[in-house]
Design a protein around this ligand. Sequence first.
Ligand code: GDP
Ligand code: MG
Length: 511
Amino acid sequence: MNFDHLFKADIFTVGQCVIIKYARLSPDRIRPEGRRGMSGRSDCLAALPGRNSETIAAISTPYGTGGIGIIRISGPEAFSVAEKIFRGRKKISEIRSHSVVHGRIIDPVDGQMVDEVLLVKMDAPRTFTGEDTIEINCHGGIVVLRRVLSLVLRHGARAAAPGEFTKRAFMNGRIDLAQAEAVIDLINSKTEEGSRAAAAQLQGKLSEKIRSARRKLIELIAHIEAAIEYPEEDIEDITGDEVLAGIAKVREELMETAQGSSNGRLLREGMTVAIIGKPNAGKSSLLNALSGSDRAIVTDIPGTTRDIIEEYVNIRGIPVRFLDTAGIRTTDDPVEAIGVERARAAAEEAELVIIVLDAQTGITDEDREVLKTSRDKKAIVMINKLDIADDLVVEAMKEQAAALGNMPVVVASVADGTGMDDLADKIGELAAGGQVSANSEILVTNARHMQLIEDAIAHLDSARSAFEGRMPLDLVTIDIRDAAEALGQITGESVGEDVVNEIFSRFCLGK
Ligand SMILES: Nc1nc2c(ncn2[C@@H]2O[C@H](COP(=O)(O)OP(=O)(O)O)[C@@H](O)[C@H]2O)c(=O)[nH]1
Ligand SMILES: [Mg+2]
């Protein structure tokens, strides 16, 4: 049975209201009087949240002195608040929506001018929050901004909580939950790739995927339950193969989406790389070269670096936190000993270590000690100081390093820049299994989303085993429904048992 032409359920949301539309599509199922079934029906299943009656305001630009600073006001009273403190050629009520006007902000109590401004008026619902919005572009400067904001607050608005404008955009159905979270990710992204991933999510690319997967599950439930509940209707039984195929298809899609996840998280949260090695190998020089600064002190005195120094560097689109550490060796100096201990701890904490070897000395006992430290870690061996090394020694070191295990080996000279690109490539490859791509359109960058996708996959797996274990069909649907519910939590929609019941109570089976 191909249930696509039997009937089709469509689920979408307006605000937090779940709308379910359905129509029977198969021509042979339409009875003469049954056109009702074609018309589609919408039911608001969840109550709309109380409309925001409060008007909120905040300084929306960073604190400090700048060219301009913006006060944003959103809510039902936004225009009347502005009316009280703004003097321009036109009254607020006469200004066209989505236009900018020049004027002054006046304290109505004493008539004093506070600032000369540009004011943007935007009528609901075509605004970020979906509410009436005013933006006042003031001259930058925190004192002026605070004075304007305090006037706004004294005349009918209240101070917005962090993220409240975005929250309203969500509550008002302008964006879904995943998109709202993308706004935050976009603001916090550390690299171009990270911001691209967040921007794609903001456009709803992840939501689209998730919604489509969820819709397929709900259709599947609908078909199984229709077959169970209305056996007298001549709906063909949905076959076991079809149920299994339906589950497998959605599972596969979710796996695909999840695959982008570790990359997504990597792009957003980055990774920690510890630079370790014996004293004087060139660790601090490497950190400085990577970060393009003289952050770490470099001398030819072994034991110079005592504490951990960290720098964020964009490596092939990944925000990498490099830790420069004290040279690992046995020492009588108590301060250096603490540094060595910290170096070991840093190596432990890092997701990847770069073991720097000195080509001038060859591999020594100290190096072997260092290599032990990182035995169970992802590691790259870097043979440094190629510029002053003997070729034969370098060759021998390469062989020895290769024999130590399957760690990639980079031959380099921090002094003249040899091997730095190679090193960056290897870091990128090891970080992401060579998969981080600026072009990946959909990346799950959010740990909450990832968890829910994993939950959904787990529910689908248990639906499959329930089915294969010949459990009753309605038990199978519980697992499928749990999977749908998990997906619904990503976008902020949610499908509870009552929702699914509702689908069936409204199903037009011609009766
Ligand atoms: N010739 C040469 N000298 C280097 C190179 N890398 C580091 N050095 C020198 O080696 C010494 C120790 O470097 P440093 O970065 O402090 O080593 P660390 O103890 O591992 O942090 C300094 O004198 C550096 O200038 C290199 O690639 N070539
Ligand atoms: Mg150092």
